[in-house]
Structure formats: structure tokens, C-alpha cells
Design a protein around this ligand. Structure first.
Ligand code: PMP
Length: 390
């Protein structure tokens, strides 16, 4: 029997640019001492106080089916948090709890698209985006965001692409670039969405990790509430990647339809996980800060080391756990640089080409190893870049 085209087409075929990552993983499995600066997984685990809350909820019996839309407590907590941060009135009826942000991205696109609709996304992009859009029946079209514009989308490019499209997927703070979109960029996105009648799916899973400036949620801009589906997650903010808990915030009628979808797909998220998430969100900012502070520290380490040379250029990253580096001065592609760095220095980074076409000639460094190892890796990375010229 043959699997449906819908599933077979998700990956789109061809090399996905993740060869360096898999090669590094194999080297680690073979006992090599590789410093992995590849994926967005924290080097700390979920805080014990969150695990205690999870354990208490499970032993108290919250192990049966939970309410499909999410528990009232968690939906109320997420709604209040969003209202406090954005000033937009938000209730539990605007929230559906999902098994992580990834599931939220997929469901949000199912809500926005008819089969065959054009679904826009910004390049460079988080690895799953095109496949998610295809899986939801969309035809993914990338908007190229230029390195000399900080990888933020420009009005003219958005406007051109938006003709005839149905949705636009944005991500700020951004993976892979670490860029936090400016107010001007957000206003341009809103303007085009209103002019061209687009849904916007706004992936804001890194919204607690802001090192400079301010995070603006698209839903808080005028006239955007009715056409924006915001994707949130506990994965990055609270180092709960394995717990699989996130949400979609959007208009009440669409959320009601998404709850219907959840009934027929996931049937909800485990109650003890939701109780732990409710606890974590109500525990105050210290938990988020404990998760975010190491990235903020390492960002400064990277800035200091990169500031001391002139081969590698840093894309100014105001948020998230990544540093994108422009290595075009070496004459190598991102893939060539990453492969050679892995072979010669046992340092694994992601080639920019893994995230689309716009970040060719760049590499992405995940700031996800302890400070000492990170500093050592950044110094060796810069010396390696220098050595390619001689
Ligand atoms: N969006 C972005 C931009 C991400 O980087 C990730 C995870 N790396 C996700 C969504 C999905 O996260 P999760 O499903 O763990 O919430």
C-alpha cells in the first residue's frame, strides 16, 4: 500500500541541510568530544519545583482524560498572561491548549487554509515550517529576508508575495537569527495582512527571551485581533521541551473550531502536565529568568569574542538562544564552513543553508553549552575562520 501524497509530500524531498547535525551526533555516539551548538535544546532540565507540581498533580489523580480544550486553570492563566503583556482583552475562550508549539503551528494552519491555498513564510525559517504548511494542505511560498536588513521582512516583498495568498507565518524573536522584529516591521506585516486579507500565524514561542528592545505581539496591533493566531509554548520559556505543552490564542469562533479539531486528533494534553504548566506560569518571572539568563550571558561572551576580530560578522540578536554569524568573508558556504569546523575543531554548528536560501554563507550557533565550553568554542571558531584565509 502507498502512503498518501499528503504525508509523502511533507518533507518535500531532497537534502534538508541537516547532514552536519547527524554527522556530529554520530561522532558523539562514537565517543568523540564534540561541542554541539546545533539545536535549540537547553543545557538545563525542567526546574525541580515544576517537576514537584507535576508529580503532585499525577499522584492526586490528574492522570485521566483532561478537558480537551485545556483545563480551565491553564486557559485562564495563559489568557491573563497574554492580556497583561499585550493589553488586549483575552479570556479562556481565546485559548486552546496544544501538545507543544509544533502542534499549534500545524493546527493554526489547518484553521487558516483550504487545500491548495498559498501559505507564506519568511526565509530564513525554523526547520519544520515548509513541511507544516504542506501537511496542512497549503502551498508554501518563502519571502526572502536579507542579511543586510537584519533578516526582517520588507514591506515591498511582503506586499508582492501577499497577492493571492491566504496566510503568513512570522516568528519573533526569531529562530534561526535571534532577531526581534522592530515595531516598523510588525506594522508593515499588519498593514499587508489587512490590505491583502491574510491570516497571520505569529510564532512567539521565544517571547520571554528578550535581551534588548521589546517584544511586540502582532495581535496587539490595531485591527489584527480577528486575523491573528498566536502560537505559544512552555518549551523554551520554562525548559519544558519534553512536556509538550503550548497553545493557540485567537478569535473565539476559530478557537471553538480548533477545539473541535483537538477532539478528533490529540484529545487534549495530559492533566498533570497542564497543572505543572499552570504552576510554572504562576510562579513568577524568576523561573523564566533562570532559563533565559545563561543565553543572555553567552550572547555577551559571543559579542566580546566576535568584536575582537573582523572575519566573522554577528547578526545583531536581541532575543532567543541563537547567534547567526555571517562567514561570507571566508569564501566558504555555510555548509562547507560547518563541515570543516566539525572535522578540524570538533565544533558542530548549523549551516545557514539548513534554514532556507536567505542565510546562505552564514552559520547558526545555538548558545546551549555551559559558559566555559561556549567561550572556548567561539574563540576556536573565530581562529578557524581566520585560518581559512591563509
Ligand atoms: N517554533 C520555533 C521557532 C521553534 O524554534 C520551535 C522549537 N525549536 C517550535 C516552534 C516548536 O516548539 P515546541 O513544539 O517544543 O513548543
Amino acid at each position: 500500500m502507498r502512503t498518501s501524497d499528503r504525508l509523502r509530500n511533507i518533507t518535500g524531498g531532497g537534502s534538508d541541510g541537516w547532514d552536519v547535525f547527524y554527522r556530529a551526533r554520530k561522532m558523539v555516539a562514537d565517543g568523540k568530544n564534540v561541542i554541539e551548538l546545533t539545536i535549540g535544546e537547553h543545557d538545563i532540565r525542567t526546574h525541580p519545583v515544576i517537576l514537584d507540581a507535576m508529580h503532585k498533580a499525577a499522584t492526586a489523580g490528574h492522570t485521566g482524560y483532561a478537558m480537551v480544550p485545556g483545563t480551565n486553570d491553564l486557559r485562564d492563566t495563559v489568557a491573563k498572561r497574554i492580556q497583561d503583556r499585550t493589553g488586549v482583552q483575552t479570556t479562556r475562550d481565546n485559548i486552546v491548549i496544544t501538545p507543544g508549539g509544533q502542534s499549534a503551528l500545524f493546527s493554526a494552519h489547518l484553521a487558516a487554509l483550504e487545500t491548495g491555498d498559498v501559505a507564506l513564510y519568511c526565509d530564513p525559517y525554523y526547520a519544520t515550517y515548509p513541511g507544516t504548511l504542506r501537511g496542512a494542505g497549503g502551498v508554501p511560498i518563502a519571502i526572502l529576508c536579507k542579511p543586510d536588513r537584519n533578516f526582517e521582512p520588507e514591506y515591498a516583498d511582503l506586499k508582492r508575495a501577499a497577492k493571492g495568498a491566504k496566510s503568513l507565518l512570522i516568528n519573533t524573536p526569531n529562530n534561526p537569527t535571534g532577531v526581534v522584529y522592530s515595531l516598523e516591521t510588525m506594522q508593515n506585516i499588519a498593514k499587508v495582512a489587512i490590505e491583502e486579507d491574510l491570516w497571520v500565524i505569529s510564532d512567539e514561542v521565544y517571547d520571554t527571551q528578550i535581551w534588548e528592545g521589546e517584544h511586540i505581539s502582532l495581535r496587539q496591533l490595531p485591527k489584527m485581533e480577528g486575523r491573528t493566531l498566536v502560537v505559544g509554548s512552555m518549551s523554551k520559556s520554562h525548559a519544558m521541551t519534553g512536556s509538550r505543552v503550548g497553545w493557540i490564542c485567537g478569535p473565539e469562533d476559530t478557537i471553538a473550531d480548533l477545539i473541535n479539531l483537538a477532539t478528533h486528533t490529540t484529545y487534549g494534553v495530559p492533566g498533570y502536565i497542564q497543572d505543572a504548566a499552570t504552576f510554572a506560569l504562576n510562579a513568577g518571572e524568576w523561573l523564566e529568568q533562570e532559563v533565559g539568563n545563561p543565553f543572555s550571558r553567552r550572547r555577551k561572551i559571543a559579542q566580546r569574542i566576535i568584536g575582537g576580530q573582523n572575519i566573522v560578522r554577528a547578526i545583531p540578536n536581541s532575543g532567543a538562544m541563537y547567534q547567526m554569524l555571517d562567514i561570507r568573508a571566508t569564501g566558504l558556504s555555510g555548509e562547507e564552513f560547518a563541515n570543516a569546523l566539525l572535522d578540524q575543531e570538533l565544533i558542530a554548528v548549523m549551516p545557514g543553508e539548513s534554514f532556507g536560501n536567505a542565510a546562505a554563507g552564514h552559520i547558526r550557533v545555538a548558545m546551549t553549552v555551559p559558559d566555559d565550553a561556549f567561550e572556548d568554542a567561539m574563540e576556536r571558531l573565530c581562529s578557524f575562520a581566520q585560518s581559512t584565509l591563509s
